[in-house]
Write a protein that binds this ligand. Structure first.
Ligand SMILES: Nc1nc2c(ncn2[C@@H]2O[C@H](COP(=O)(O)OP(=O)(O)OP(=O)(O)O)[C@@H](O)[C@H]2O)c(=O)[nH]1
Ligand SMILES: [Mg+2]
Length: 366
């Protein structure tokens, strides 16, 4: 899973990146727009994995991973309705979800490019920018389709007409300010446009970046912005990038203590992972083979055979069956042997739909 961190200049993207990836990328008053993006691989914290390690005492424990990419926008043309440019767009179109860092903190040392802090204005500007990029892609495609109609055979013409109709519908809805992720597309339609990698079709996480002084208002800000911006495929959260970044440099125990003292609740990373898993419809399952406990990320409604393919393509190809036990059952039994004795380990076939927290041993033959 890859999440692209986007935002207007000086909104705190790199600060949030550092908080999530425990990174030490340069933040500050110079423009980082000409630098390469910061890429960080983050281990997904999962208390169930810790518990499994305690129970099964494997030699190795391997958590699932999420990649965060901090992509500085080109200084020119961004927020001006001209659409994100070349390299920037190339990075963005690859990611599974977007995290939009929205500046709510005041800081005289870092003046806002627009001269004032106004989160709603900035959200609208970014949404416009993303929509503009998608509209550009659609318009170019429609031109191409029009050209290819000439000299097309009857069968091809039908396909072209269909694509034209779909893109025209999406375009006009987009023009009335409805991002593709909120458009009521059928599963089939969503599949047909998948390859365009439209930016407004990606699940979106709005991160309102507040200062330390605004922490007492965090829940009222969350209620206010949540009401306004939480939609299907769009989540929002309030966090203080600066503080989260500082806490990320501490040990877990120290960070927890500070967090309690500041009345901060769950960590920025935990919150991001929870929200992005929810947005992307992701769940985790665990494997325990060969002295290794490992967490895997899959989409909801994945079959046992497809899930096996995550582990190894041979396992998918040669899938025979899986031995499955839910995490809670295993936790209650305390060991796989006890679970087996109680008959709680089930045999499941290739069409079994894997559930969040399943602990699986995959039997295969190639
Ligand atoms: N007070 C305060 N300052 C912050 C916060 N988050 C970021 N800053 C400051 O704002 C400045 C810009 O932060 P960055 O994280 O570099 O912002 P950016 O969006 O990556 O900036 P560019 O990459 O240049 O567009 C830095 O000086 C940060 O210290 C915050 O939550 N509170
Ligand atoms: Mg930056």
């Amino acid at each position: 899973m890859e999440i692209g961190i986007i935002g207007l200049p000086k909104s705190g993207k790199t600060t949030v990146f550092n908080a999530l990836a425990k990174g030490e990328a340069q933040t500050g008053a110079y423009s980082s727009a000409t630098l390469d993006p910061n890429i960080g691989v983050v281990k997904v914290p999962d208390p169930r994995l810790d518990k499994l390690t305690e129970l099964l005492k494997p030699k190795r424990t391997v958590p699932a991973e999420v990649t965060y990419i901090d992509i500085a926008a080109p200084a020119k043309g961004f927020g001006k309705g001209e659409g994100p440019g070349g390299q920037f767009l190339a990075y963005l179109s690859k990611v599974d979800a977007l995290a939009h860092v929205v500046r709510a903190f005041e800081d005289e040392r870092t003046p806002h490019a627009e001269g004032s802090v106004d989160a709603e204005r900035d959200i609208a500007a970014m949404n416009l920018e993303l929509a503009f990029s998608d509209l550009g892609i659609i318009e170019r495609r429609l031109e191409r389709l029009k050209d290819s109609l000439k000299g097309a055979k009857q069968q091809e013409r039908e396909l072209i007409f269909r694509e034209q109709a779909l893109l025209t519908k999406i375009k006009s809805t987009l023009e009335s300010d409805i991002p593709i992720r909120e458009q009521d597309l059928s599963e089939q339609e969503s599949k047909e446009i998948e390859n365009f990698q439209f930016l407004t079709a990606k699940p979106m996480l709005l991160l309102l970046n507040i200062s330390e002084g605004q922490i007492p208002e965090a829940s009222s800000l969350e209620a206010k912005f949540g009401d306004r911006y939480r939609r299907p495929n769009c989540e929002m959260a309030v966090l203080s990038g600066q503080i989260e970044m500082e806490l990320a440099q501490l040990s877990d125990a120290e960070a927890q203590e500070f967090r309690a003292g500041l009345d901060l609740g769950e960590s920025g990373l935990d919150c991001m992972i929870r929200l992005s898993y929810g947005l992307l419809g992701l769940i985790s399952f665990f494997t325990t083979a060969s002295d290794e406990v490992k967490a895997w990320t899959i989409r909801r409604s994945t079959t046992a055979q497809q899930a096996a393919g995550k582990v190894h393509s041979d396992m998918e190809r040669g899938f025979i069956r899986a031995e499955v036990i839910g995490f809670d059952d295993l936790d209650k039994c305390g060991s796989l042997a006890e679970a087996r004795k109680q008959g709680l380990i089930r045999l499941e076939g290739k069409n079994y739909i894997v559930q969040d927290g399943d602990v699986m041993t995959i039997l295969f033959n190639v």
